[in-house]
Design a protein around this ligand. Structure first.
Ligand SMILES: [Zn+2]
Length: 223
């Protein structure tokens, strides 16, 4: 991994690798989508696809077409060489089914994760995620990670155990984790924000969520 040496902290390393894996899934999905609408048969040949996928870059045009396809059931036919969205999804699903857990897919993932520093630098990741838990707070509701833990320890969180105790990395861009385009969010804001709302649209909602946290925290404080 590029910049791998900088990530000695195993918790941070685990987080970073999890983001790299999620990012890989998105890139593969976009790659398969573009191949399909360009009328190319989805290759199962390891050498072909490894070289092809490795060199595949997501530019503004690709991002727009993919985004349109994601949100619309019907997209401009000229963008998809006349293929209907349903047909495109079927082809991609087929490819994913055939290649699930294969050496080819493992190889693609490994190659992507090893070079993930080119997409999201370790430096940017650490700057946003922070090395110490006491420095982490949600961009939207501003709750510090340690306060979430305090809520959890005092039975003031109702989400299933194991979920929501750590802050998460959220993306500024549609579906992509990139240098300079990630923010830190709590599980609750991130889940409420989904892909629907922009960062700016969600900030006022975060302020309201913060009032709920403060209310719960005050109950602990007054015990
Ligand atoms: Zn939050």
């Amino acid at each position: 991994m590029t910049g791998d040496k900088e990530l000695k902290n195993s918790e941070l390393r685990k987080k970073y690798l999890a983001i790299a894996t999620r990012s890989f899934k998105t890139k593969l999905d976009i790659y398969l989508f573009i191949q399909t609408i360009n009328g190319r048969e989805l290759s199962r040949d390891e050498a072909v696809i490894t070289a092809d996928f490795g060199g595949f870059k997501i530019d503004e045009k690709i991002r727009t077409i993919y985004k349109n396809a994601w949100t619309q059931t019907q997209i401009e036919l000229e963008e998809t060489s006349g293929l209907m969205i349903k047909k495109i999804d079927e082809k991609i699903d087929d490819w994913n089914k055939v290649n699930k857990n294969t050496p080819l897919l493992n190889q693609l993932r490994k190659q992507y994760v090893e070079n993930f520093g080119d997409v999201l630098t370790v430096k940017c990741f650490v700057e946003v995620y922070k090395e110490k838990a006491e420095d982490r707070r949600c961009l939207y509701c501003q709750i510090p990670e340690l306060e979430i833990k305090r809520l959890r320890d005092n039975h003031k969180l109702y989400t299933k155990r194991g979920r929501g105790s750590q802050l998460e990395i959220d993306r500024e861009n549609f579906h992509e984790y990139e240098t300079g385009k990630i923010v830190l969010s709590c599980y609750y804001c991130n889940n409420a924000k989904t892909d629907e709302f922009s960062i700016d649209e969600f900030k006022p909602v975060g302020k309201e969520i913060r009032k709920i946290w403060d209310n719960r925290l005050s109950k602990i404080n007054s015990l």
